[in-house]
Design a protein around this ligand. Sequence first.
Ligand code: FAD
Ligand code: PYC
Length: 417
Amino acid sequence: MKREYSFWSLFKQGLQHNEGWKPAWRSPEPKPSYDFVIVGAGGHGLATAYYLAKAHGARNVAVIEKGYLGGGNTGRNTTIVRSNYLWDEAALLYEHSLKLWEGLTHDLNFNVMFSQRGVFNLGHTLQDMRDIERRVNANNLNGIDALVLDAQEVKRRIPLIDISPNKRYPILGASFQPRGGVARHDAVAWGFARGASKLGVDIVENCEVTGLNIGDGRIKGLETSRGYIGAERVGCVAAGHSSVLARMAGIRMPIESHPLQAFVSESMKPVLDTVVMSNAVHGYLSQSDKGELVIGAGIDHYNSYTQRGSPHVIEHTAAAIIELFPMFSRVRLNRQWGGIVDTTPDACPIIGKTKIKGLYFNCGWGTGGFKATPGSGNVFAYTMANDEPHALNRAFALDRFYTGHLIDEHGAAGVAH
Ligand code: FAD
Ligand code: PYC
């Protein structure tokens, strides 16, 4: 792997008060037209552009972002990565992504800090444990690593957790995916941006798409806050704003946009070396490399496009975490934020073509798309380059809401919604 900076150049940089850094990606003015335009510079949009250029040789590609790169859900999520979904279609898509995560730092030559520290999904009732057994068996049949653990084994692996039986939701056991873990969210966006930019992709920030120009049943270009941009093919990867973009094309997306909140604590010495999720008490947490507890909630149940949420959800989540880890009741919280997640009726994404030629959507990842970032970009780039679905996203077309071939992953989603 070629190093970007030697030890001495880093040292010299320090002596120059860090004023000599080169930007990691170019910031060009938009061209009058492109072969491919991706709307949304979150992880999924940037990964799509990267794989379009790298795997399909596309050289006239732009990513258009209304704010700053990575400022949507990509930079706001709790970074949990796993592939332990129930149904074959979803499990194979998320496992494709997990395999890409395993080589991503090397592929991008950018440290995305992927840490395979394992993910626990706790079971609190007999029904939870039956569901866990079923999902672990299904995962194993698909070659995905997953184990069922009883409460004693959970306690042995997570010493601070409270497994006493006299609780509102006693812990009866868990599923455990050893290859699951966390990654650094910003680094994923920056790494894909740098990789794409080097391959000639124009990344245009502070440029909002305000309209889609459609004629004769095909996409022709986009109206933006920085002028008109012509385009042969357009991929919308706008998460919580996907239905807004779809409406510009006269398409009604089966998506609801909800706030999803997270917060971090003060920094502490290492106390938790894995990831713990509980759907029943509504909380999930890990400890960052800075020592903060990174904690996430269930969705706020009203619809919204504001990147915030209600205090009672945070209060509920803090109570849930303290129920699992009574010792954390003395930890102070530092910061809280929200993102806007795009939930679908079956808790699965929508990836593919639309009735408008040259217009594609990749959305509906809801509360769980960070883990899919490389895989999603990879299969969506294939779909856009070939104008036909990749085998792994064929089942996730929009028409499943007409045919009824839904893929219900509410159980594996891990976040109540
Ligand atoms: P985004 O990163 O949101 O990017 C979409 C971009 O489109 C945005 O930058 C936006 O500004 C831009 N855009 C929108 N409209 C326009 C327009 N008109 N013109 C131009 N640009 C536009 N997933 C996991 O797998 N694990 C987790 O632990 C996890 N935790 C989460 C915790 C929270 C609090 C939240 C909010 C989400 C969490 N998720 C998690 C979900 C995950 O973050 C998302 O599914 C994923 O990041 C979506 O990525 P994206 O690139 O599609 O969207
Ligand atoms: O999908 O694993 C997940 C997840 C964890 C936290 C939010 N989403």
